[in-house]
Design a protein around this ligand. Structure first.
Ligand code: SF4
Length: 229
């Protein structure tokens, strides 16, 4: 019989046993630390742990901002945007897929827009250090798109909505297409795939992300930050 208890049990089970399923490589699997992605896929996370609740709520808040901006873009006829188009490219049997927030035609130029909500103060100067994964994400989307389409995309924009420096919203950061980034995309995808196939943990990729990484204690062999084993 369906009741409050049953629904609570179902949702709790799903949250406690969260695990990424891997059929294809998704762009976001290879933009951040490959070791973190590897651990997420192999071990899964308990999203009901106290510190994970913050992550979950941030993701939900981010989702609301995405929907709102998406709706505004779609209602704006002059911008001519396609939202969350699923794009994939395949090389040597390895498929890499992504879903850019928006691809828009503005002044006869195709561009990518990616929306991010962040809790720390972002500046144009600190973005490459703090948010390299977002820069890669936009570059990789351009790589995939350009391999599939005649009309190329040379520029993308990350639109940050930040909580700390509210007066500076939205902060827009330009990302240029790069052939080096395209080569890197395939290299990183192949590396992750090989590690998953052969049970080899990828090397760590230390960055400012490490301080709040779910896998910090396992990866660095240190005590957990929040009392987790
Ligand atoms: S602690 Fe840093 S290097 Fe280790 S898995 Fe997490 S993000 Fe990667």
């Amino acid at each position: 019989m369906v009741n409050v208890r049953k629904i609570k049990d179902i949702i709790s089970y799903l949250l406690v046993n969260y695990r990424r399923r891997i059929e294809n490589i998704s762009v976001t699997d290879i933009t951040g630390c490959l070791r973190q992605t590897y651990y997420d896929i192999v071990y899964g996370r308990n999203l009901l742990e106290p510190e994970q609740i913050h992550t979950l709520i941030s993701a939900m808040e981010g989702g609301v901002v995405h929907s709102l901006l998406g709706e505004l873009l779609q209602n704006c006829q002059e911008l001519n945007c396609v939202l969350e188009q699923h794009i994939c490219v395949e090389k040597n049997g390895l498929k890499i897929c992504g879903r850019p927030d928006a691809i828009c035609l503005i002044d006869n130029e195709l561009i990518i827009l990616e929306f991010k909500t962040v809790r720390r103060r972002v500046t144009v100067e600190n973005i490459p250090r703090l948010y390299m994964r977002y820069i890669r994400q936009v570059q990789y989307y351009m790589c995939i798109w350009n391999m599939l389409n005649e009309k190329k995309i040379e520029k993308g924009y990350i639109v940050f909505i930040q909580l700390v420096d509210k007066a500076n919203n939205p902060l827009v950061y330009e990302v240029k297409h790069s052939e080096d980034a395209c080569r890197e995309m395939f290299e990183r995808a192949e590396k992750l795939w090989k590690c998953l196939q052969s049970d080899i943990v990828p090397e760590p990729e230390p960055s400012p992300i490490c301080s709040g990484c779910y896998w910090r204690s396992k990866c660095m062999n240190v005590l957990p930050l929040f009392g987790r084993e």
